[in-house]
Design a protein around this ligand. Sequence first.
Ligand SMILES: *[C@@H]1O[C@H](CO)[C@@H](O)[C@H](O)[C@H]1NC(C)=O
Ligand SMILES: *[C@@H]1O[C@H](CO)[C@@H](O)[C@H](O)[C@H]1NC(C)=O
Ligand SMILES: *[C@@H]1O[C@H](CO)[C@@H](O)[C@H](O)[C@H]1NC(C)=O
Ligand SMILES: [Zn+2]
Length: 327
Amino acid sequence: MGGIRGLLRLCALAFVLFVGLASISLPGALGWSKEGHMMTCRIAQNLLGPEAANAVENLLPQNLNGDLSALCVWPDQIRHWYRYRWTSPLHFIDTPDNACTFDYSRDCVKDACVDGAIQNFTSQLLHYRDGTADRRYNLTEALLFLSHFMGDIHQPMHVGFTSDKGGNTVDLRWFRHKSNLHHVWDREIILTALKDFHDNDMVLLQEAIERNFSDGIWFDDVTSWKECDDLLSCPDKYATESINIACKWGYKGVKEGLTLADDYFDSRMPIVMKRIAQGGVRLAMYLNRIFGGPEEGFCITNIRKKNPTNLHKTWKTLTVIFLCYCN
Ligand SMILES: *[C@@H]1O[C@H](CO)[C@@H](O)[C@H](O)[C@H]1NC(C)=O
Ligand SMILES: *[C@@H]1O[C@H](CO)[C@@H](O)[C@H](O)[C@H]1NC(C)=O
Ligand SMILES: *[C@@H]1O[C@H](CO)[C@@H](O)[C@H](O)[C@H]1NC(C)=O
Ligand SMILES: [Zn+2]
Protein backbone atom coordinates (compact mmCIF):
# COMPACT_ATOMS: atom_id res chain seq x y z
CA MET A 1 0.00 0.00 0.00
CA GLY A 2 1.84 3.10 -1.25
CA GLY A 3 1.69 6.60 0.07
CA ILE A 4 -0.95 7.72 -2.33
CA ARG A 5 -3.09 4.75 -1.44
CA GLY A 6 -2.58 5.48 2.22
CA LEU A 7 -3.76 9.01 1.72
CA LEU A 8 -6.88 7.67 0.13
CA ARG A 9 -7.43 5.37 3.05
CA LEU A 10 -7.48 8.49 5.18
CA CYS A 11 -10.07 9.72 2.81
CA ALA A 12 -8.03 12.62 1.57
CA LEU A 13 -9.77 13.80 -1.47
CA ALA A 14 -8.31 15.43 -4.44
CA PHE A 15 -11.05 17.67 -5.58
CA VAL A 16 -10.18 18.90 -8.96
CA LEU A 17 -12.64 21.05 -10.66
CA PHE A 18 -12.26 21.99 -14.24
CA VAL A 19 -14.71 24.61 -15.24
CA GLY A 20 -14.92 24.00 -18.91
CA LEU A 21 -16.37 26.33 -21.43
CA ALA A 22 -17.20 24.33 -24.44
CA SER A 23 -17.76 25.73 -27.82
CA ILE A 24 -19.83 23.11 -29.42
CA SER A 25 -20.45 22.21 -33.00
CA LEU A 26 -22.40 19.02 -33.06
CA PRO A 27 -23.92 17.90 -36.31
CA GLY A 28 -27.66 17.42 -35.90
CA ALA A 29 -29.55 16.53 -32.75
CA LEU A 30 -28.47 13.73 -30.49
CA GLY A 31 -31.05 11.27 -29.21
CA TRP A 32 -31.69 11.08 -25.50
CA SER A 33 -30.34 7.69 -25.29
CA LYS A 34 -27.07 9.18 -26.34
CA GLU A 35 -27.34 12.26 -24.14
CA GLY A 36 -28.79 10.63 -21.07
CA HIS A 37 -26.25 7.83 -21.17
CA MET A 38 -23.32 10.09 -21.90
CA MET A 39 -24.17 12.41 -19.02
CA THR A 40 -24.60 9.44 -16.66
CA CYS A 41 -21.20 8.09 -17.67
CA ARG A 42 -19.44 11.44 -17.51
CA ILE A 43 -20.84 12.13 -14.08
CA ALA A 44 -19.66 8.69 -12.98
CA GLN A 45 -16.23 9.01 -14.51
CA ASN A 46 -15.66 12.31 -12.72
CA LEU A 47 -16.25 10.52 -9.41
CA LEU A 48 -13.88 7.60 -9.91
CA GLY A 49 -11.02 6.93 -7.54
CA PRO A 50 -7.58 6.18 -9.01
CA GLU A 51 -7.99 2.40 -9.10
CA ALA A 52 -11.31 2.43 -10.89
CA ALA A 53 -10.08 5.15 -13.23
CA ASN A 54 -7.11 2.94 -14.12
CA ALA A 55 -9.19 -0.16 -14.65
CA VAL A 56 -11.60 1.74 -16.87
CA GLU A 57 -8.75 3.12 -18.90
CA ASN A 58 -7.22 -0.35 -19.27
CA LEU A 59 -10.47 -1.94 -20.34
CA LEU A 60 -11.48 0.69 -22.88
CA PRO A 61 -10.11 0.58 -26.42
CA GLN A 62 -6.88 2.59 -26.58
CA ASN A 63 -8.07 5.23 -28.99
CA LEU A 64 -10.67 6.54 -26.53
CA ASN A 65 -8.08 7.84 -24.08
CA GLY A 66 -10.10 6.43 -21.23
CA ASP A 67 -13.31 8.31 -22.08
CA LEU A 68 -16.06 5.92 -20.97
CA SER A 69 -18.92 8.11 -22.16
CA ALA A 70 -17.86 7.63 -25.77
CA LEU A 71 -19.07 4.02 -25.62
CA CYS A 72 -21.91 4.24 -23.13
CA VAL A 73 -24.50 4.04 -25.88
CA TRP A 74 -22.79 1.10 -27.59
CA PRO A 75 -25.24 -1.44 -26.08
CA ASP A 76 -28.13 0.39 -27.80
CA GLN A 77 -26.30 0.30 -31.12
CA ILE A 78 -25.64 -3.44 -31.12
CA ARG A 79 -28.82 -4.75 -29.53
CA HIS A 80 -30.32 -5.76 -32.85
CA TRP A 81 -27.20 -7.39 -34.27
CA TYR A 82 -27.58 -11.13 -34.52
CA ARG A 83 -24.62 -11.79 -32.25
CA TYR A 84 -26.04 -9.59 -29.52
CA ARG A 85 -29.73 -10.42 -29.82
CA TRP A 86 -29.60 -11.90 -26.33
CA THR A 87 -28.95 -8.41 -24.94
CA SER A 88 -32.19 -6.92 -26.27
CA PRO A 89 -34.40 -7.77 -23.26
CA LEU A 90 -31.72 -6.52 -20.88
CA HIS A 91 -32.52 -2.81 -21.27
CA PHE A 92 -35.77 -2.76 -19.30
CA ILE A 93 -38.22 -4.47 -16.96
CA ASP A 94 -41.87 -5.12 -17.74
CA THR A 95 -44.08 -5.13 -14.66
CA PRO A 96 -47.79 -6.06 -14.51
CA ASP A 97 -50.09 -3.20 -15.54
CA ASN A 98 -50.99 -0.92 -12.65
CA ALA A 99 -49.28 -3.09 -10.05
CA CYS A 100 -46.69 -0.35 -9.49
CA THR A 101 -44.34 -2.79 -7.83
CA PHE A 102 -41.24 -4.69 -8.86
CA ASP A 103 -40.78 -8.32 -7.94
CA TYR A 104 -37.60 -9.94 -9.21
CA SER A 105 -38.91 -13.49 -9.42
CA ARG A 106 -42.08 -12.34 -11.15
CA ASP A 107 -40.66 -9.65 -13.47
CA CYS A 108 -37.15 -10.84 -14.23
CA VAL A 109 -37.60 -14.42 -15.36
CA LYS A 110 -34.28 -16.18 -16.02
CA ASP A 111 -32.50 -12.95 -15.00
CA ALA A 112 -33.36 -11.52 -18.41
CA CYS A 113 -33.97 -7.90 -17.45
CA VAL A 114 -31.95 -4.80 -16.66
CA ASP A 115 -31.63 -5.76 -12.98
CA GLY A 116 -30.34 -9.25 -13.81
CA ALA A 117 -27.97 -7.77 -16.37
CA ILE A 118 -26.43 -5.36 -13.85
CA GLN A 119 -25.84 -8.29 -11.51
CA ASN A 120 -24.39 -10.42 -14.29
CA PHE A 121 -21.87 -7.86 -15.48
CA THR A 122 -21.02 -6.76 -11.95
CA SER A 123 -20.17 -10.38 -11.08
CA GLN A 124 -18.01 -10.71 -14.18
CA LEU A 125 -16.12 -7.50 -13.41
CA LEU A 126 -15.55 -8.45 -9.78
CA HIS A 127 -12.99 -10.96 -11.06
CA TYR A 128 -10.92 -8.25 -12.70
CA ARG A 129 -8.98 -7.37 -9.56
CA ASP A 130 -7.88 -10.88 -8.64
CA GLY A 131 -7.24 -11.87 -12.23
CA THR A 132 -9.63 -14.82 -12.13
CA ALA A 133 -11.91 -13.60 -14.87
CA ASP A 134 -13.63 -16.30 -16.87
CA ARG A 135 -12.14 -16.21 -20.35
CA ARG A 136 -15.54 -16.66 -21.90
CA TYR A 137 -16.37 -13.17 -20.72
CA ASN A 138 -15.14 -10.03 -22.36
CA LEU A 139 -14.64 -7.53 -19.55
CA THR A 140 -14.56 -4.57 -21.92
CA GLU A 141 -18.07 -5.45 -22.97
CA ALA A 142 -19.04 -6.11 -19.34
CA LEU A 143 -17.92 -2.58 -18.43
CA LEU A 144 -19.89 -1.03 -21.29
CA PHE A 145 -23.00 -3.05 -20.46
CA LEU A 146 -22.84 -2.24 -16.75
CA SER A 147 -22.36 1.47 -17.48
CA HIS A 148 -25.25 1.54 -19.92
CA PHE A 149 -27.68 -0.52 -17.87
CA MET A 150 -27.04 1.54 -14.75
CA GLY A 151 -28.41 4.44 -16.81
CA ASP A 152 -31.39 2.46 -18.12
CA ILE A 153 -32.52 1.17 -14.72
CA HIS A 154 -32.77 4.79 -13.53
CA GLN A 155 -35.01 5.85 -16.43
CA PRO A 156 -38.41 5.41 -14.74
CA MET A 157 -40.24 4.29 -17.87
CA HIS A 158 -37.69 1.52 -18.40
CA VAL A 159 -39.47 -0.13 -15.48
CA GLY A 160 -43.00 0.30 -16.80
CA PHE A 161 -46.15 -1.60 -17.63
CA THR A 162 -46.14 -4.68 -19.83
CA SER A 163 -49.10 -4.01 -22.14
CA ASP A 164 -47.92 -0.57 -23.28
CA LYS A 165 -44.23 -1.55 -23.44
CA GLY A 166 -43.16 1.01 -20.85
CA GLY A 167 -45.24 3.76 -22.45
CA ASN A 168 -43.96 3.10 -25.97
CA THR A 169 -47.46 2.50 -27.33
CA VAL A 170 -48.97 5.54 -25.59
CA ASP A 171 -48.96 7.99 -28.51
CA LEU A 172 -49.31 11.64 -27.64
CA ARG A 173 -47.96 15.06 -28.42
CA TRP A 174 -44.99 16.73 -26.81
CA PHE A 175 -45.78 20.41 -27.23
CA ARG A 176 -46.39 20.52 -31.00
CA HIS A 177 -44.90 17.32 -32.31
CA LYS A 178 -45.87 13.67 -32.17
CA SER A 179 -44.19 11.50 -29.59
CA ASN A 180 -45.00 8.79 -27.09
CA LEU A 181 -44.84 8.53 -23.33
CA HIS A 182 -41.70 6.42 -23.23
CA HIS A 183 -39.91 8.77 -25.55
CA VAL A 184 -40.94 11.79 -23.48
CA TRP A 185 -38.92 10.33 -20.60
CA ASP A 186 -36.10 8.96 -22.76
CA ARG A 187 -35.45 12.11 -24.64
CA GLU A 188 -38.03 14.89 -24.94
CA ILE A 189 -37.70 16.25 -21.40
CA ILE A 190 -33.93 16.37 -21.67
CA LEU A 191 -34.00 18.04 -25.07
CA THR A 192 -36.48 20.65 -23.86
CA ALA A 193 -34.35 21.31 -20.77
CA LEU A 194 -31.26 21.66 -22.95
CA LYS A 195 -33.00 24.08 -25.27
CA ASP A 196 -34.74 26.18 -22.61
CA PHE A 197 -32.05 26.38 -19.95
CA HIS A 198 -28.65 25.23 -21.19
CA ASP A 199 -28.06 26.72 -24.60
CA ASN A 200 -28.43 23.26 -26.19
CA ASP A 201 -25.11 22.35 -24.61
CA MET A 202 -24.95 18.96 -22.97
CA VAL A 203 -21.79 19.85 -21.05
CA LEU A 204 -23.53 22.82 -19.41
CA LEU A 205 -26.43 20.61 -18.36
CA GLN A 206 -24.10 17.93 -17.01
CA GLU A 207 -22.26 20.57 -14.98
CA ALA A 208 -25.53 21.94 -13.62
CA ILE A 209 -26.46 18.43 -12.48
CA GLU A 210 -23.03 17.96 -10.88
CA ARG A 211 -23.32 21.28 -9.06
CA ASN A 212 -26.66 20.23 -7.64
CA PHE A 213 -25.19 17.19 -5.93
CA SER A 214 -21.74 18.50 -5.09
CA ASP A 215 -23.07 21.51 -3.19
CA GLY A 216 -26.67 22.11 -4.22
CA ILE A 217 -30.15 20.74 -3.62
CA TRP A 218 -29.10 17.06 -3.57
CA PHE A 219 -25.94 17.42 -1.50
CA ASP A 220 -27.51 15.91 1.60
CA ASP A 221 -28.99 13.02 -0.36
CA VAL A 222 -25.88 11.71 -2.04
CA THR A 223 -24.80 9.58 0.90
CA SER A 224 -28.09 7.73 0.89
CA TRP A 225 -28.00 7.33 -2.90
CA LYS A 226 -24.70 5.52 -2.51
CA GLU A 227 -25.76 3.26 0.33
CA CYS A 228 -25.46 -0.32 -0.78
CA ASP A 229 -24.65 -3.36 1.34
CA ASP A 230 -24.57 -5.78 -1.54
CA LEU A 231 -23.86 -4.76 -5.11
CA LEU A 232 -25.94 -7.66 -6.40
CA SER A 233 -29.14 -6.72 -4.59
CA CYS A 234 -29.07 -2.93 -4.81
CA PRO A 235 -30.43 -2.88 -8.38
CA ASP A 236 -33.73 -4.19 -6.91
CA LYS A 237 -33.98 -0.90 -5.04
CA TYR A 238 -33.24 1.17 -8.14
CA ALA A 239 -35.87 -0.72 -10.15
CA THR A 240 -38.43 -0.24 -7.39
CA GLU A 241 -37.71 3.50 -7.32
CA SER A 242 -38.22 3.63 -11.07
CA ILE A 243 -41.59 1.86 -11.16
CA ASN A 244 -42.77 4.04 -8.28
CA ILE A 245 -41.83 7.17 -10.21
CA ALA A 246 -43.31 5.76 -13.41
CA CYS A 247 -46.66 5.36 -11.65
CA LYS A 248 -46.61 8.56 -9.66
CA TRP A 249 -45.19 10.88 -12.32
CA GLY A 250 -44.91 9.06 -15.65
CA TYR A 251 -48.34 7.54 -16.20
CA LYS A 252 -50.24 9.82 -13.85
CA GLY A 253 -52.84 11.86 -15.69
CA VAL A 254 -51.57 10.72 -19.09
CA LYS A 255 -53.84 9.26 -21.74
CA GLU A 256 -53.30 8.34 -25.33
CA GLY A 257 -53.82 11.35 -27.61
CA LEU A 258 -53.12 14.00 -24.98
CA THR A 259 -50.79 16.93 -25.50
CA LEU A 260 -48.11 17.19 -22.82
CA ALA A 261 -46.54 20.61 -22.44
CA ASP A 262 -45.40 23.13 -19.80
CA ASP A 263 -47.16 21.64 -16.77
CA TYR A 264 -45.83 18.18 -17.41
CA PHE A 265 -42.37 19.45 -18.29
CA ASP A 266 -42.05 21.73 -15.25
CA SER A 267 -43.05 19.03 -12.78
CA ARG A 268 -41.14 16.13 -14.36
CA MET A 269 -37.90 17.78 -15.46
CA PRO A 270 -36.46 17.85 -11.90
CA ILE A 271 -37.18 14.14 -11.57
CA VAL A 272 -35.39 13.28 -14.81
CA MET A 273 -32.36 15.31 -13.72
CA LYS A 274 -32.28 13.61 -10.34
CA ARG A 275 -32.43 10.17 -11.94
CA ILE A 276 -29.50 11.01 -14.21
CA ALA A 277 -27.56 12.23 -11.16
CA GLN A 278 -28.40 9.09 -9.19
CA GLY A 279 -27.42 6.84 -12.10
CA GLY A 280 -24.06 8.58 -12.39
CA VAL A 281 -23.32 8.60 -8.67
CA ARG A 282 -24.28 4.94 -8.33
CA LEU A 283 -22.32 3.84 -11.38
CA ALA A 284 -19.26 5.50 -9.83
CA MET A 285 -19.95 3.74 -6.52
CA TYR A 286 -20.16 0.39 -8.36
CA LEU A 287 -16.97 0.93 -10.32
CA ASN A 288 -15.08 2.22 -7.27
CA ARG A 289 -16.08 -0.83 -5.27
CA ILE A 290 -15.63 -3.34 -8.09
CA PHE A 291 -12.14 -2.16 -8.94
CA GLY A 292 -11.02 -0.63 -5.66
CA GLY A 293 -12.47 -2.90 -3.02
CA PRO A 294 -15.51 -2.81 -0.75
CA GLU A 295 -14.53 0.21 1.33
CA GLU A 296 -14.19 2.48 -1.67
CA GLY A 297 -16.88 4.68 -3.02
CA PHE A 298 -18.13 6.35 0.10
CA CYS A 299 -16.44 9.73 -0.06
CA ILE A 300 -18.71 12.43 -1.26
CA THR A 301 -16.47 14.94 -2.89
CA ASN A 302 -14.13 13.25 -5.25
CA ILE A 303 -14.65 15.12 -8.42
CA ARG A 304 -11.81 14.54 -10.81
CA LYS A 305 -12.96 16.04 -13.94
CA LYS A 306 -10.99 15.02 -16.95
CA ASN A 307 -10.92 17.02 -20.07
CA PRO A 308 -13.13 14.81 -22.23
CA THR A 309 -11.63 13.96 -25.55
CA ASN A 310 -14.24 15.03 -27.94
CA LEU A 311 -13.38 16.14 -31.42
CA HIS A 312 -16.33 18.47 -31.50
CA LYS A 313 -15.41 20.49 -28.48
CA THR A 314 -12.82 23.03 -27.73
CA TRP A 315 -12.23 23.31 -24.06
CA LYS A 316 -10.92 26.16 -22.09
CA THR A 317 -10.21 24.99 -18.63
CA LEU A 318 -9.79 26.63 -15.34
CA THR A 319 -8.49 24.33 -12.70
CA VAL A 320 -9.15 24.63 -9.04
CA ILE A 321 -7.44 22.07 -6.89
CA PHE A 322 -7.87 21.57 -3.24
CA LEU A 323 -7.73 18.77 -0.76
CA CYS A 324 -10.39 18.00 1.73
CA TYR A 325 -10.88 15.37 4.37
CA CYS A 326 -14.00 13.47 5.20
CA ASN A 327 -14.78 11.50 8.32
C1 LIG B 1 -24.42 -12.77 -18.71
O1 LIG B 1 -23.45 -12.37 -19.66
C2 LIG B 1 -23.01 -13.38 -20.55
C3 LIG B 1 -22.03 -12.78 -21.52
O2 LIG B 1 -21.07 -12.01 -20.90
C4 LIG B 1 -24.19 -13.92 -21.32
O3 LIG B 1 -23.77 -15.00 -22.14
C5 LIG B 1 -25.29 -14.37 -20.39
O4 LIG B 1 -26.41 -14.75 -21.15
C6 LIG B 1 -25.64 -13.23 -19.47
N1 LIG B 1 -26.69 -13.63 -18.57
C7 LIG B 1 -27.65 -12.80 -18.18
C8 LIG B 1 -28.67 -13.36 -17.28
O5 LIG B 1 -27.70 -11.64 -18.55
C1 LIG C 1 -14.00 -7.50 -26.38
O1 LIG C 1 -15.08 -6.76 -26.92
C2 LIG C 1 -14.70 -5.62 -27.66
C3 LIG C 1 -15.98 -4.89 -28.06
O2 LIG C 1 -16.88 -5.75 -28.64
C4 LIG C 1 -13.86 -6.04 -28.85
O3 LIG C 1 -13.46 -4.90 -29.58
C5 LIG C 1 -12.65 -6.81 -28.34
O4 LIG C 1 -11.91 -7.31 -29.45
C6 LIG C 1 -13.08 -7.97 -27.48
N1 LIG C 1 -11.90 -8.59 -26.88
C7 LIG C 1 -11.66 -9.88 -26.97
C8 LIG C 1 -10.43 -10.37 -26.29
O5 LIG C 1 -12.40 -10.65 -27.55
C1 LIG D 1 -30.39 22.60 -9.84
O1 LIG D 1 -31.03 23.09 -8.69
C2 LIG D 1 -31.80 24.29 -8.89
C3 LIG D 1 -32.42 24.67 -7.57
O2 LIG D 1 -31.44 25.01 -6.66
C4 LIG D 1 -32.87 24.06 -9.93
O3 LIG D 1 -33.57 25.25 -10.17
C5 LIG D 1 -32.25 23.55 -11.20
O4 LIG D 1 -33.27 23.21 -12.13
C6 LIG D 1 -31.41 22.32 -10.95
N1 LIG D 1 -30.74 21.94 -12.18
C7 LIG D 1 -30.64 20.69 -12.58
C8 LIG D 1 -30.00 20.47 -13.88
O5 LIG D 1 -31.02 19.76 -11.91
ZN1 LIG E 1 -30.64 0.91 -23.25
